[in-house]
Design a protein around this ligand. Structure first.
Ligand SMILES: Nc1ncnc2c1ncn2[C@@H]1O[C@H](COP(=O)(O)OP(=O)(O)O)[C@@H](O)[C@H]1O
Ligand SMILES: N[C@@H](CCOP(=O)(O)O)C(=O)O
Length: 291
């Protein structure tokens, strides 16, 4: 029996749609795995009533299949599904790291990324790597066709999760099919600024680089109160605010001494719209850990 803790993640960070991701110190899924003749799954914890235990429909089932590593897998969900915090990816990442160890498959962390992404294909129809990469490797990740580049960073973040459900599959349907050249120029500038900020561990540059006018505006319409929450966080000192993943979590970068005020004002702004929310005062952290 092996236990793995795999962190929630925030993908996109505004300007890095389908490419950037960060591992969060909290929340996380805890997954226990033991060898078996066939794969069986038990799910408990946050939102477990919405998560299938059928290995064909759960992200961990696809990972066990890809590694030819059948197991009994107990998932204790710390990351609520359909949150924009890489819930389905956290379980897939934990399964990939744990089954690789349990069956002594010898894959590196980077090699495990496309294996865990097979789990993501089960739920969103796309094997995107931008959540599983940071959940497995930690820090800030840049996932492209060429592979994954990783930078250790420790930027303070506030992630505010409203009581709204946005499925990744639905949020991908509203992504515009085209962008103007001026928007591409702006996106390159913002993505480069954000990457420099990660290298320097500089919340100001990271926040500035989170600005996006291509994908975020269409998705913001799916999140009641998004503009008000964003404005409130910026007024409380956030250096940048955007949608985490496909939403509905709204994520803010900041200096550490602003975290508390930003968390409180984001909750208030959702409450003013009659929406319950919970907030994580967190930061960029490490990838999946085996216990
Ligand atoms: N192990 C799992 N953990 C969470 N969700 C899962 C898992 N396996 C399958 N799912 C399904 O994935 C969907 C949530 O994934 P997604 O929309 O990508 O959420 P998130 O934005 O939090 O990653 C839900 O329909 C859920 O039932
Ligand atoms: N790049 C994807 C990321 C989805 O993240 P999730 O946490 O919402 O699953 C997208 O933006 O569609």
């Amino acid at each position: 029996m092996l236990t793995v803790r795999a962190p929630a993640t925030s993908a996109n960070l505004g300007s890095g749609f389908d490419v950037f991701g960060v591992a969060l110190e909290r929340p996380a899924d805890v997954v226990r795995l033991s060898k078996a003749d066939r794969t069986t799954i038990d799910v408990t914890g946050a939102g477990s009533q919405f998560i299938p235990e059928d290995p064909e429909k759960n992200t961990v089932g696809a990972v066990a299949e890809a590694l030819d590593a059948p197991a009994h897998i107990e998932i204790d969900k710390g990351v609520r599904p359909a949150s924009g915090l890489g819930s389905s990816a956290a379980s897939a990442a934990a399964a990939a790291v744990g089954l690789n160890e349990l069956y002594d498959r010898g894959h590196s962390r980077e090699e495990l990324v496309p294996i865990a992404a097979k789990g993501e294909a089960v739920v969103s129809g796309d094997a995107h790597d931008d959540n599983v990469a940071p959940s497995i490797m930690g820090g800030f990740t840049i996932a492209t066709e060429a592979g994954v580049r990783q930078v250790d960073a420790s930027i303070p973040l506030v992630a505010c999760l409203p009581d709204i459900v946005v499925s990744t599959r639905d949020a991908r349907r509203v992504v515009p099919e085209t962008a103007r050249v001026e928007q591409l120029v702006e996106t390159v500038g913002n993505a480069a600024t954000l990457t420099t900020g990660m290298h320097r561990d500089d919340p100001e540059l990271v926040g500035e680089g989170m600005h996006d006018t291509v994908v975020t505006p269409s998705r913001a319409k799916l999140i009641d109160g998004y503009e008000e929450v964003r404005e409130a966080a910026l007024s409380a000192g956030a250096t940048g605010v955007t949608i985490s993943g496909a939403g509905p979590t709204v994520i803010a970068a900041c200096e550490e001494d602003r975290q508390r005020a930003i968390a409180s004002t984001m909750l208030d702004a959702f409450a003013d719209r009659g929406i319950d929310a919970r907030v994580y005062q967190t930061r960029i952290g490490r990838g999946a850990q085996i216990f």
